[in-house]
Design a protein around this ligand. Sequence first.
Ligand code: UD1
Length: 423
Amino acid sequence: MGYFEIEGPVRLEGDVEVSGAKNASLPILAASIISDSKIRLENIPDLLDVRTMMDILRSVGMKVSFSSGKVEISPPVSPNTDVPYELVRKMRASFNVLGPLVAKYGKAKVALPGGCSIGVRPVDFHIEGLKKMGFDIEIEHGFVVAKRRKVRDARITLPKSSVGATEHLMTTAAVLDGVEVVIENAAMEPEVVDLQEFLRKLGADVEGAGTSIVRVQGGVKSSEAYHKVIPDRIEAGTYAIAIAATRGKGTIRNMLPEHLNSLWEFLEKSGVNLEIGRDLVKVSMSERPKPLSIDVTPYPGFPTDLQPQMMAFLSVAKGTSHIRENVFHARFLHVDELRRMGAKIELSDSTAIIEGVQKLSGAPVNGTDLRATAALVIAAFMAEGKSEIHHVEHIFRGYESVIEKFGKLGGSIRYTEVNEYED
Ligand code: UD1
C-alpha cells in the first residue's frame, strides 16, 4: 500500500531503457514446469507478478534463484501439485500452471482465479481446451481439480483469441508425447511467439505462433535450456505515450519497435514526431494532440494494455476522440479518476468519448489496476498542480523501477508507503 505525489506539469525528457516483458516472462516461467532439466532465463523483470509466479514454482518444489534479471530453475525432487489459493488470488496468470502440472505429473489442483477489477475474466476457454485434450477436469469448492487419463489429439477453436488460453494450451500440449494439438483462432501476440521459441528450446515441436493457427507436436527432450525474453512492448509504449503527453522529447531504448506498429500509427496521426530505429524509438511532441478514433483489438491491433494511457494523452486533444474497447469491455475504471483531474469523458457501452480540454489539473485519485495507474501517473505529469495517486501498488506489478525510470526522464515521483489499511 502507498501513494505517489507528483507535481505537474512536467516535460519528460531523456532516455529510458525497456525491461524484459512481464507478459512473456510469466508464461515462460509457468512453462518451465514441463522441463526435467535446468533452465536459465535472462531479461526477466523484477516485478510483483513475476515474484508471485516464482513463488508458485517454489510451492511446486522447484528451485528458483533470481538476481539482476537472471533466473535459474531446477526441477522438483518431489513435486507438489496443489497450488495454494493465496498465490492464485494475487494474479490471474498463475492459473496457467494447471495444464503443465497435470500433463507432467498426472494430477493438479489449482484455485480458480477470482474476479478482477477490469471485469470478469473467465477461464472457460482454458478448461474446455484441456478437456478436449482428454484431461478430466472437475470444479470443487473453488478449485479446479485435473487428472491425466488418456490424452489424445485435439483441434481446439478458441471462441475469442485469448492470450492466456493460447499459451496455457500450447504449453500443456508440449508435454504430451505423440499427441498433436492444433489451436485455432490463437492469439497472435509477440509474447505467444516468445513462448513458442522457449518451448522449442525444451524440445517440443511447435509452429504457427504469430498466426491464428498454432500446431504442437508434444514431446520434451531432457536438455538444459537458455532463453532471453523479449522487451516489454507495453512498458515501452507507456513511456512513449508519457513523453508525447507531456510534450517532451526522449528515446525509448532496448525495445522492438515492430511490436508496437499500431501505437506508432496512432501517435503519428495525432501529431507526434517519431524516429523509429532497429531497437529504439525517438519521440517528441510540441503541441496539443489531434483527436483520434481508436478501436482496441487483439494483436496486431491497438493493445488494451495501452488503452488507459492513450486516454490520458487524448484528454487534452484539440477535439473529440473515441476509444472503443473490444477486449475487456469494462476496462474503464480510470475514466472517473481522469474526470477528477478535469478530463471530459463520457461512456457509451464500450466506447469512451473524450472531449479534449486545454489542460488537466492535479487532484487526489485512486489507482484501480495496473494500466489505469500508469495512465494516472501520465495524467499527473501532464496536469497543473499536485496529484496524489493512492493504491499505487498496482504499478509495481508491471513496471520495473518505475520511480527511477520516470526520475531519469525528469519526472519526480514521491512515494510514501502506507502500512495500515487506508480506507
Ligand atoms: C493477457 C495479458 C493482459 C492483456 C490481455 C489482452 C498476460 C499475463 N496478461 O491477459 O495483460 O490485457 O492478455 O491482451 O499475458 N476470455 C474468456 N474466457 C477465457 C479466457 C478469456 O471469455 O477462458 C476472454 C476475456 O474475458 C477477454 C478476452 O477473452 O475478453 C481476452 O482475454 P485474454 O487474452 O485471455 O487475457 P489474459 O490472457 O488474461
